[in-house]
Design a protein around this ligand. Structure first.
Ligand SMILES: Nc1nc2c(ncn2[C@@H]2O[C@H](COP(=O)(O)OP(=O)(O)OP(=O)(O)O)[C@@H](O)[C@H]2O)c(=O)[nH]1
Ligand SMILES: [Mg+2]
Length: 844
């Protein structure tokens, strides 16, 4: 067996043989070897202590854990060392702003001005003279002022404290069953919060949208500092598949996970030669080669290429992995790129989704997912659905457009208009950034002629070019901001918006002689870094809160020694339950009044929909009429189709839901604002924030058991509220989407019937069938949407109440039911440390 310990004197984390540990695991025999090889050999062999001529020292240690294999123990050692290093890195980042301060190696002290300063020992310049025994270290005490950016240091400090508590708990040996049960409950709780902290799934999604060729992929490459990571469109090529980019936090490989459509889906799409749209034909040519579009499915099946593609699709999923970007791009390209060249070698039509994971970009991508969304044009049912669901996932959107046409082009704005429902009430988007690309691309003479910039700065040479670029950047920024302000859509103004003027090309190309900051790529990188930091801060806050909860719980046990305490506890416990019931009642009544308001709005929407749905839908169908294949595709796709080269898709279900949206959106946004920080006075989040079972004004002496129980309850409340916060967002997206899905479900049979119309006058027959279906269903369809929507609304509010009730009842029960009469351990200093960490995390 092997043990992982921290040497108390040097704070070095080491792997030792378990048989070198004393019984209480507080000391460890240490061999006198100078060579590290010899030391490792002794550990691996588990040499008996005092073997050899020289005597072995006994060192004070902090025991962590034991493992069956040496490798497992080394893994743990690595993990603990990484935690210390991260703390050191975070602290080093603030050394320039923080003066060196002599203080205790861990803990808090007062600085000259009397404010609290958190100081942490950073070990530097370690030199091993004799393996493990004498370490010369320079120990620097560094201060983290309350304002400094040190969430990593705070997290690591909290983790270290909890680690120590864990070790102390494990070392408690008792024959008392209750004590052992308590001990295990607490150990479980610590293990859970450590798991939670390791959970890297908390992500913010940024969707990058824009017309084809405007520079989205190039922009992402520049922001990630990886030229050529995503294929960018030279030689008429462009991105054809929604590509998700995230960090590879596991190893140093570039990885692509490519999910393919099924063989059946592909065959269905290309089956009927006569019904293929231009897009279908384009896909067939890309996969099988020139003229393949002229062949029927049976004819295609005779080609060797068909068997190759059949085999390719049978895998279902494809993984590509390389250590070099260049090799990676080479292999990934044909799966996500579309090109008119070399028809017959491209896989993009067969790809459902692609996730690219890149190493060494933790600072930029740790908690961020970027979506490179292809410019409009391609469409199939699977990807249309994917497109919608991806839009709903975005917490931020970057609209990319060439600076030359930043204002004049209407595409990005119409994409935005089209997405508004899925970004706002139906999604979770908080920010829209407009990114004007290709700022380096300027014809000076032309620009001077058209823009007529005036002033002394327009001299000659490089300065003239720079001046023109700056002038154009500023003009574009002002104009886009202006457009944001004057956008008619009220919905648009709900988002936080900013404008960037970037050059992805100049970021990599020094010959273009643009200062890196002038390219504004660093600004976007900062945006990502800050998002990561704020998520790390949230995770740290959650960790510290939950760690405090565990400590308060431990401390309340220690103080549960008084004879008269049982009575008092019973009374206070009853108070908590009563308070919980009261708070739930209040919450329920708030939710009921929300329900009534939204029900009224919905009813108005239903009324208007019944009256006007036919006249609202007719012009939309008429807009696709010129091409019969488009109308047919629309019917085959359950009322949704994105014709090639159109700015936005045709969406009949959305159009049918229009009057409902008009009537409910405002109220819905007040109840579920996209940003939970926005106070609307009506938001569900505000009701959850307000919810508390702790009576205002009840103050206990800081050393009393009830004080610790109260604090434990506070941390439990915060924990359940944090959990609900992200859950509520997902559920509200679901509520909203029910409007369209209910309409779509009801209309599906009608769409199918319309798609089946053939022969002379099929176009008119399809149109008539759709209109007849709407006429037939209008009295039930919208009402049904209302029923589904309100049912889900009720279910969400019930769920919130139920979760608060269940979780907090459990917490009250846990804190009052334990009946240990013996003290478990004293963690008052740890509580003090974590309280101060809490204050710090609240301030940064
Ligand atoms: N001069 C200049 N050219 C750029 C810049 N960014 C992109 N380009 C060029 O613009 C073309 C299109 O760039 P992409 O990044 O492929 O555009 P995209 O928006 O991803 O296009 P799709 O994938 O079709 O949606 C390429 O030839 C790029 O080299 C820039 O900052 N300056
Ligand atoms: Mg692209």
């Amino acid at each position: 067996m092997y043990a992982v310990v921290t040497l108390e004197e040097s704070e070095e984390v080491m792997v030792t043989a378990s048989n070198w540990l004393s019984e209480d695991k507080k000391q460890c025999y240490w061999p006198p070897y100078k060579s590290s090889e010899k030391f490792i050999e002794a550990v691996q062999k588990g040499l008996a202590p005092q073997t050899g001529e020289k005597s072995w020292e006994k060192l004070a240690v902090l025991f962590h854990e034991e493992y069956g294999t040496y490798e497992e123990a080394k893994e743990k050692q690595k993990e603990l060392n990484e935690q210390t290093e991260q703390a050191a890195t975070a602290v080093n980042q603030v050394t320039e702003t923080c003066p060196l301060f002599p203080g205790p190696s861990l803990g808090f002290s007062q600085n000259a001005s009397g404010s609290k300063v958190f100081s942490i020992a950073v070990l530097a310049g370690t030199t091993l003279e004799i393996q493990g025994t004498k370490r010369k270290r320079e120990s620097r005490d560094l201060n983290i002022s309350a304002k400094s950016n040190s969430e990593m240091a705070i997290l690591n400090m909290a983790k270290k404290k909890m680690n120590e508590v864990n070790v102390r708990l494990q070392n408690i040996s008792s024959t008392d069953r209750t004590t052992n049960e308590l001990k295990n409950t607490i150990l479980d709780a610590i293990a859970k919060i450590n798991e939670m902290e390791k959970d890297k799934r908390r992500k913010e999604t940024i969707g990058v949208f824009g017309k084809t060729g405007e520079g989205k992929s190039s922009l992402l490459n520049a922001v990630l500092g990886l030229e050529g990571l995503l294929p960018s469109g030279s030689l008429g090529a462009c991105t054809a598949v929604i590509t998700q980019v995230e960090a590879n936090l596991e190893d140093s490989e570039y990885k692509a996970e490519i999910e393919l459509i099924s063989k059946e889906e592909w065959e269905r799409e290309i089956a009927s030669k006569d019904e293929r749209t231009d897009t279908d034909n384009e896909r067939i040519i890309a996969v099988y080669g020139a003229d393949a579009d002229k062949k029927s499915l049976e004819e295609l099946k005779k080609d060797a290429k068909y068997a190759e593609i059949d085999h390719f699709l049978s895998a279902g999923k494809k993984i590509i992995s390389h250590t070099e970007v260049f090799d990676f791009l080479h292999d990934v390209k044909r799966n996500i790129e579309q090109s008119e060249y070399n028809p017959g070698g491209w896989y993009w039509p067969l790809v459902k989704s692609v996730t690219i994971k890149i190493p060494d970009r933790q600072e930029l991508l740790e908690h961020i997912v970027l979506f490179d969304v292809p410019g409009t044009g391609d469409c199939n049912k699977i990807r249309n659905d994917l497109w919608k669901s991806k839009v709903r996932e975005c917490s931020s959107v970057w609209i990319v457009n060439g600076i030359n046409r930043a204002i004049s082009s209407i595409e990005p704005w119409s994409i935005m208009e089209h997405c508004m429902q899925d970004l706002g009430p139906g999604g979770q988007c908080k920010t829209i950034n407009f990114i004007c690309t290709r700022t380096d691309d300027i014809n000076i003479k032309e620009y001077q002629r058209s823009a007529r910039p005036s002033g002394d700065q327009f001299t000659s040479g490089k300065n003239l070019k720079t001046a023109c670029i700056h002038h154009r950047n500023k003009t574009a920024k002002d104009s886009v901001k202006n457009k944001f302000e004057t956008m008619k859509s009220k919905d648009f103004r709900r988002f936080t918006a900013d404008v960037f003027t970037v050059s992805s090309k100049a970021y990599f190309d020094a010959d273009l002689q643009m200062d890196q900051n002038e390219t504004e790529i660093p600004k976007l990188q900062d945006l990502l870094k800050n998002t990561n930091k704020s998520i790390r801060r949230e995770l740290t806050r959650d960790y510290v809160n939950q760690a405090k909860g565990v400590l308060f719980f431990i401390q309340s046990i220690k103080l549960d020694t008084n004879e008269g305490m049982a009575k008092l506890k019973a009374t206070v416990c009853k108070d908590y339950y009563e308070s919980l019931e009261k708070a739930l009642k209040e919450l329920n009544s708030q939710f009921n009044s929300h329900y009534k308001i939204i029900e009224q709005c919905f009813s108005k929407g239903v009324e208007k929909s019944v009256e006007q749905c036919v006249s609202t839908t007719k012009p939309v169908i008429a807009s696709v009429k010129p091409s019969d294949k488009t109308l047919q595709a629309l019917c085959k796709n359950k009322g949704y189709y994105w014709p090639k080269n159109k700015d936005a898709p045709v969406d009949l279900n959305k159009c049918l839901a229009k009057h409902i949206y008009e009537n409910i959106d405002e109220e819905f946004n007040l109840i579920f604002p996209v940003d939970s920080k926005i106070k609307t006075g009506k938001s569900v989040q505000e009701q959850i924030d307000k919810f508390s079972i702790i009576q205002n004004g009840t103050v206990y002496a800081p050393s009393s058991m009830l004080y610790h129980i109260q604090n434990f309850m506070k941390t439990e409340e915060t924990k359940v509220k944090t959990f609900l916060k992200s859950d509520v967002v997902q559920r509200k997206i679901n509520i909203y989407s029910l409007i369209q899905t209910t309409i779509q479900d009801q209309m599906t049979a009608g769409y199918k019937k319309a798609a089946e119309k053939r022969g002379l006058g099929a176009m008119g027959k399809r149109e008539t069938t759709i209109i007849e279906t709407i006429e037939l269903l209008k009295d039930s369809m919208f009402k049904d949407a209302k029923i589904q929507f309100l049912k889900e609304f009720k279910s969400v509010t019930n769920y919130i109440g139920k979760t608060l009730k269940t979780e907090l009842s459990k917490s009250v029960e846990r804190s009052f039911s334990q009946s240990s009469k013996a003290s478990l351990m004293d963690v008052s200093t740890e509580i003090e440390t974590l309280e101060t960490l809490s204050e710090h995390i609240a301030e940064i």
